[in-house]
Design a protein around this ligand. Sequence first.
Ligand SMILES: [Zn+2]
Length: 80
Amino acid sequence: MVGSHLKSLNAAKKKRLGVNMNKDIIEKLFPDALRRIEAGRCPICAEVIKPEEFRTELDIKEHKISGMCMACQQKVFRVD
Ligand SMILES: [Zn+2]
């Protein structure tokens, strides 16, 4: 059924902001970082993540990978 497939796709899109990294690996390497991510904080600066601080889909995508806040993403990925 195409209809139900589309429905689950839309549900996935509506899922709230979350971090999808491999927690087992992160927990071993960076236990502090994981605790911060699970508390809704940036693993680098420990600031509370506010979904509205992300301006583009790419910002959100990066946050989901690294858990970093917008400010730390800018520091890490700045090219100058
Ligand atoms: Zn940060």
